[in-house]
Write a protein of this length. Structure first.
Length: 575
């Protein structure tokens, strides 16, 4: 099928032709004809990188009236990067239409955004927190909204935007239609569909939680201490890599990127502590391939839409199973193939099996390349560059005679050997006595028939499932801080997901929160020099925290102060 068969207008087709698109992706082919009718709510499920922006963007452009300066469509996205990417794509789609598209997002001057909205716009692309701020300031008017699009709905819920989504959707006209797009059908996404949609049409491409079929999945098992060394081996083995390395926290992201740069790799970091100008600078360098590897957090990378990414490396797996799909989906975009590589320790083997089951994929356990394989690949890459180099004969002609004279005593083979040695000796020296980084799982001890697991073993299992750690934070009710603000602060600055946070006890000027035992070390590493509404915040371990063995001890246990049934509590800090 061609785009010309989908029912789009001549102006839209002209823009698509200029962009070089001819054949729609499966989600575009199935969604666009339904959305052009515009009469029903819609749920579109497709892997990251399958063209969802065009799937909802093209029909939305067809629906708006360019002669009406009031907002008629809203697109909500979880991050500012994705918000800007969607707005940029829509402007390209609308180059032959007189449609105004305005992006509003946190971290940018709100006064400028208010002025942009007052000039008139037909489509608002927004992060939820900033749009709600603008609605409350009466700068964004929803009276004539006919379409609300929720893009990456699962990630918006993961980031704690449920309250903002509820507020925005409750203020939009009841006559509107809601289009929900997501890579996974998480429980929260299903609840949104149930609460805010009426008999929606559902289109699922490739299964509800599946990764793209053109991605190969591998994992390497290493000791925890060898993660960084393993990343270097992978990068050396893949000299032509153009990829992403995902870390769990901002601190870890910055640390890994700085180490790579110090070791001579072409790398940069992308995380929430960078200013918008710094993010834009990093992304410009990455898109232009002046940076070969981008080290990023999950949230920061959600706006990355680059077609040629060859590899995604999971430095550490995320707590969220769905995050694996989103991370891997940064590669194999626009119909291309890609590779996803996860580094795991021996305790994470079960997580690989869970990822395989939930995503309907096969993750192959491989050995980290040894020194010989790395050196061979580096040599072949060097030879390829020599063969493919553009020789400007006229410009170098004057420099060749002395070179010919200096090399005339050497035969062809000797010249090649010396040329390779000059470029390659440092690799040979570095990897001459390289150790084997592969972690070997201990053999399983078979339980004899009739042998029961010991009481200590049972107790350890319960502790592993329910044990939590308790932390104190020097803010409370007198600072007008609620539990939601603490959730957001912890998640944004540590990289853990909200479901790893348990009970929150708000005090007068000091509050306490619990996190899963697994996340406790991440909290200690990522919670320094924080700022909450202009107030310096410190986090420290609290005594008497977390008890194993009971329902309140678990990561989901306990009631969060200020919380609401079925969702996260109201947050003070908004994107």
């Amino acid at each position: 099928m061609k785009f010309t068969e989908l029912g789009l207008s001549a102006e839209t087709l002209k823009s698509i032709e200029v962009l070089g698109f001819e054949t729609p992706t499966p989600i575009q082919e199935q969604a666009i004809p339904i959305l052009l009718e515009g009469t029903k709510d819609f749920v579109g499920l497709a892997s990251t990188g399958t063209g969802k922006t065009a799937a909802f963007g093209l029909p939305l452009l067809e629906r708006v009236d360019p002669n009406n300066d009031m907002p008629q469509g809203i697109i909500l996205s979880p991050t500012r990067e994705l918000c800007l990417q969607i707005a940029d794509d829509l402007k390209k789609f609308a180059r032959h239409q007189n449609v105004k598209i305005t992006a509003v997002y946190g971290g940018s001057n709100i006064s400028t955004q208010i002025r942009d909205l007052k000039r008139g716009t037909q489509i608002i692309v927004a992060t939820p927190g900033r749009l709600l701020d603008l609605i409350e300031r009466r700068a964004a008017k929803l009276d004539e909204i006919s379409v609300v699009v929720l893009d990456e709905a699962d990630e918006m819920l993961n980031m704690g935007f449920k309250d903002e989504l509820d507020a925005i959707l409750s203020k939009a006209p009841e006559s509107r239609v809601t289009w929900l797009f997501s890579a996974t059908m998480a429980k929260g996404v299903a609840r949104i569909a149930q609460n805010y949609q009426t008999d929606p049409v559902e289109v699922s491409v490739g299964g509800k939680n599946e990764s793209a079929k053109n991605i190969e999945h591998f994992c390497f098992m290493v000791h925890e201490r060898d993660r960084y060394a393993a990343v270097k081996r992978i990068l050396d083995y893949l000299p032509e890599i153009y990829g992403l390395i995902f870390c769990r926290t901002r601190a870890e992201t910055q640390q890994v990127a700085e180490k790579l740069m110090a070791d001579g790799y072409s790398a940069e970091s992308l995380h929430g502590e960078l200013s918008q100008a710094q993010r834009d600078s990093v992304m410009r360098k990455f898109r232009s391939k002046n940076v070969q590897v981008l080290v990023a957090t999950d949230v920061a990378a959600r706006g990355i839409d680059v077609d040629d990414i060859t590899h995604v490396i999971h430095y550490k797996l995320s707590d969220e199973v769905a995050a694996y799909t989103h991370r891997s989906g940064r590669t194999a975009r626009a119909g291309k193939s890609g590779v996803s590589i996860a580094l795991i320790n021996m305790h994470e083997r079960r997580r690989i099996a869970d990822l395989e089951r939930r995503n309907n994929i096969k993750i192959k356990l491989e050995k980290i390349p040894d020194a010989k394989a790395i050196c061979e690949n580096q040599l072949l890459a060097l030879i390829h560059r020599v063969v493919e180099v553009d020789v400007k004969e006229e410009e170098i002609a004057d420099y060749l005679p002395p070179a010919y004279e200096a090399l005339c005593q050497l035969d062809k083979k000797e010249i090649i050997k010396r040329f390779v040695a000059v470029e390659f000796n440092h690799f040979l020296d570095y990897y001459r006595n390289a150790a084997d980084l592969n972690s070997k799982p201990a053999p399983r001890r078979e339980r004899q028939p009739g042998q029961q697991r010991s009481d200590n073993s049972k107790r350890n299992s319960r502790m592993q499932a329910y044990d939590t750690k308790r932390f104190a934070i020097n803010v409370g009710r007198v600072h007008n801080v609620n539990a939601g603000a603490i959730v957001r602060l912890v998640c944004e600055n540590s990289g853990i997901k909200s479901n790893a946070i348990g009970a929150i006890d708000l005090g007068r000027d000091t509050s306490f929160f619990e996190v899963s035992k697994e996340a406790a070390n991440t909290i200690r590493q990522g919670m320094e020099n924080l700022d909450l509404d202009g107030r310096k915040v410190s986090v420290r371990s609290a005594s008497g925290g977390g008890g194993g063995g009971g329902p309140r001890g678990g990561p989901r246990g306990g009631a969060r102060s200020g919380g609401q049934r079925g969702g996260r509590p109201q947050r003070r800090n908004r994107d």
